[in-house]
Design a binder for this molecule. Structure first.
Ligand code: CU
Length: 184
């Protein structure tokens, strides 16, 4: 849904840029337009400042929905999961989680760099981070929707990279209250 929105927005913006460009191509045939104080130069200046002012809040707004969790967004009591990548498999310390609870993946690798990408059951990328040897990346995510999620490698890591996947299950919260995952 966001991809088609981004695509439609890009098309509209590209069309506007093309129209403005063609307008100036068509209207700048005489040398008189080279002056800085012509109506066309004032118009250009107006468009420049108008777009500059419009883009600041637009860019700010586009950053609101970044797929990286802010520290303040994590629930106080996440479920910590160790996730290790190696050629060519993933090991998760746990593979059943309750929906609506923050999961904190501690992601690392045994050999080379891998990409820890979590996909939902429509194979849409939900969230991701790098799995790096000698370093642990923290990836927090709260799964709102129960279902089967797949972990695929997002970094080419050798011959069987394509087969490097595992999966875990997110269950409706009431089903998944096993004592070892509840810390509250
Ligand atoms: Cu890989």
């Amino acid at each position: 849904m966001y991809q088609s929105l981004a695509w439609a927005t890009s098309l509209v913006v590209m069309a506007v840029v093309a129209i403005v460009f063609l307008y100036f191509v068509a209207s700048s045939r005489t040398r008189a337009d080279d002056g800085a104080h012509t109506a066309s130069a004032r118009w250009r200046s107006g468009i420049f400042w108008g777009l500059s002012i419009a883009f600041v809040p637009l860019i700010g707004y586009s950053l609101v929905d970044m797929p990286y969790p802010l520290p303040g967004n994590a629930s106080a009591n996440p479920i910590v999961v160790q996730a290790v990548g190696r050629q060519w498999s993933w090991t998760l310390s746990q593979d059943h989680f309750p929906a609506g609870r923050t999961i904190e993946f501690h992601v690392t690798a045994d050999d080379v760099n891998h990409g820890f990408g979590i996909y939902d059951d429509h194979l849409r990328l939900v969230t991701q981070t790098q799995a790096m040897p000698g370093y642990t990346n923290i990836l927090r995510h709260t799964f709102a929707t129960p279902g089967t999620y797949r972990v695929l490698c997002l970094e080419y890591c050798g011959l069987a990279h394509y087969a490097m996947m595992t999966q875990f299950t997110v269950e409706a919260a009431s089903v998944a209250q096993s004592p070892e995952v509840r810390h509250d």
